[in-house]
Ligand binder design. Structure first.
Ligand SMILES: CC(C)(COP(=O)(O)OP(=O)(O)OC[C@H]1O[C@@H](n2cnc3c(N)ncnc32)[C@H](O)[C@@H]1OP(=O)(O)O)[C@@H](O)C(=O)NCCC(=O)NCCS
Length: 155
C-alpha cells in the first residue's frame, strides 16, 4: 500500500532522482522557486510517497542461503538501496546459523556482477537457466540464459 503525504518542498528534496519532474536542468529551476518561497512570494508543495523501492528474497538450504530476485526501483538505482538490501538478506542467512550467501547473476548483467564482486562475492560456477517471461503483448515464452553462481562466506 502506498502512503501519501503532502508537505512543503524542501531543499533536501532537490536530488538528481527528482529529474523526472522536468529534466536534469530542472533542479536549478526548483531551487530558484524555493528562493521565491523563502521571500514569501509563493508556496511549493511535494506529495511524498512511502512505497517499497527494493525487493529480494533468500532461500535457506544446506549450509547456505541463496539470494534471489533482487530488484530496485529504476529511479533509485545506484544510490545504495541494493547494497542495503543484500546486507539485510545476508543478516537473515546468518541469523539461521548458515555460513555462506549465494546468488545467481546472468552473464549478460555485468553491472550487477560488478556490484556483487565489490561486496565480496566470487564466481563458483556457471549454469544454464530458464524461466517464463511475458512479451509486451502478454504472451508467455521460456527465457533461456546462462547464469554465474556467486558466493561469499559470512563472518
Ligand atoms: C542490481 C540491483 C539490484 C542493484 O541495486 P542498486 O540499488 O542499484 O545497487 P547499489 O546502489 O547498492 O550499488 C550499485 C551502484 O551504486 C553505487 N553505490 C552504492 N552505494 C552508493 C551510495 N550510497 N551513493 C552513490 N552510489 C552508490 C555502487 O558503486 C554501484 O555502482 P554502479 O551504478 O556503477 O554499478 C539494481 O540495479 C536492479 O534492480 N537492477 C535491475 C534488475 C537486476 O539486474 N537485478 C539483479 C539480478 S541478479
Amino acid at each position: 500500500m502506498i502512503t501519501l503525504t503532502v508537505r512543503p518542498l524542501e531543499r533536501a528534496d532537490l536530488v538528481p532522482t527528482l529529474a523526472w519532474s522536468g529534466g536534469p536542468g530542472y533542479l536549478g529551476e526548483l531551487a530558484s522557486r524555493l528562493d521565491d518561497v523563502e521571500r514569501g512570494e509563493m508556496a511549493y508543495l511535494a506529495v511524498v510517497a512511502t512505497l517499497p523501492v527494493g525487493l529480494g528474497g533468500v532461500v535457506f538450504g544446506g549450509d547456505a542461503g541463496c539470494i534471489m530476485q533482487l530488484a530496485v526501483l529504476p529511479a533509485l538505482q545506484s544510490q545504495g538501496v541494493g547494497t542495503m538490501l543484500i546486507a539485510a538478506l545476508e543478516a537473515e542467512i546468518a541469523a539461521r546459523g548458515l555460513a555462506r550467501a549465494e546468488l545467481d547473476v546472468e552473464i549478460v548483467n555485468p553491472r550487477a556482477r560488478a556490484l556483487y564482486e565489490r561486496l565480496g562475492y566470487t564466481v563458483i560456477g556457471e549454469a544454464a537457466a530458464s524461466w517464463p517471461q511475458r512479451r509486451p503483448d502478454g504472451t508467455e515464452y521460456l527465457y533461456e540464459t546462462t547464469v554465474l553462481r556467486m558466493a561469499r562466506a559470512l563472518e
